[in-house]
Ligand binder design. Structure first.
Ligand SMILES: CC(C)(COP(=O)(O)OP(=O)(O)OC[C@H]1O[C@@H](n2cnc3c(N)ncnc32)[C@H](O)[C@@H]1OP(=O)(O)O)[C@@H](O)C(=O)NCCC(=O)NCCS
Length: 167
């Protein structure tokens, strides 16, 4: 069983850029990204420009598992009442072991405990059953349509991390 402590989030550094590009261009991973639906191969220059274009309201974490970098979590719109989370496990042989869920849980805990956020959101392509399941396990509810073939999901962080006490 995977515990949250096994899965550590550390800020992305330029040393991680090459690995992230390889993951972003991997069809088995990027099928879950709406922006990659065209199958466009991202060049190194586009990739670095994209990373550098991110503003202060955007956080980018590497997921470390047992001392190795195995994926990434991003948090956008940090100034919004419900920041937007994105995630992938780049090392696909590790899928289905609970690591994705624990990585997203850790990012949500960061938002709740350090940023004081009460809600978090994400968009998921409707065919992405694995990602929908990750979100279900973290209390996300579908709240409505996003772009065609994609839906918005939202979770209540208070309920996730400080559930009401049972009498
Ligand atoms: C989505 C992703 C992060 C999940 O990571 P993971 O480490 O495999 O996630 P977990 O093991 O914590 O949980 C996956 C859950 O989805 C379920 N699942 C996986 N594929 C599924 C499918 N095709 N249909 C139904 N359920 C599926 C698993 O059984 C598991 O549920 P369970 O714990 O109830 O058995 C990973 O598959 C990934 O990186 N995908 C590509 C990128 C992506 O889609 N990112 C999300 C963009 S919104």
């Amino acid at each position: 069983m995977i515990n949250s402590e096994d899965v550590v989030l550390c800020p992305v550094t330029p040393n991680d850029y090459e690995l992230i590009l390889a993951w972003r261009n991997n069809r088995k991973i990027n099928f879950g990204f709406y922006s990659q639906a065209t199958g466009h191969e991202i060049s190194w220059e586009e990739h670095v420009a994209w990373l550098k274009s991110r503003n202060e309201d955007w956080l980018n974490f590497m997921i470390w598992f047992h001392g190795r970098r195995i994926g990434a979590v991003t948090i956008g719109n940090l100034d919004h009442w419900a920041p937007e989370i994105g995630y992938y496990i780049g090392e696909i042989t590790l899928w289905g072991q609970g690591i994705g869920t624990e990585a997203v849980r850790n990012a949500l805990y960061y938002l709740w405990s350090l940023c004081g956020k009460k809600w978090a959101r994400t968009t998921i392509i409707d065919e992405n059953a694995g990602s929908i399941r990750v979100c279900e396990k973290l209390g996300f509810k579908k709240i409505g349509p996003a772009r065609p073939g994609e839906s918005w999901y939202q979770t209540d962080l208070q309920l996730l991390f400080a559930p009401p006490k049972q009498e």
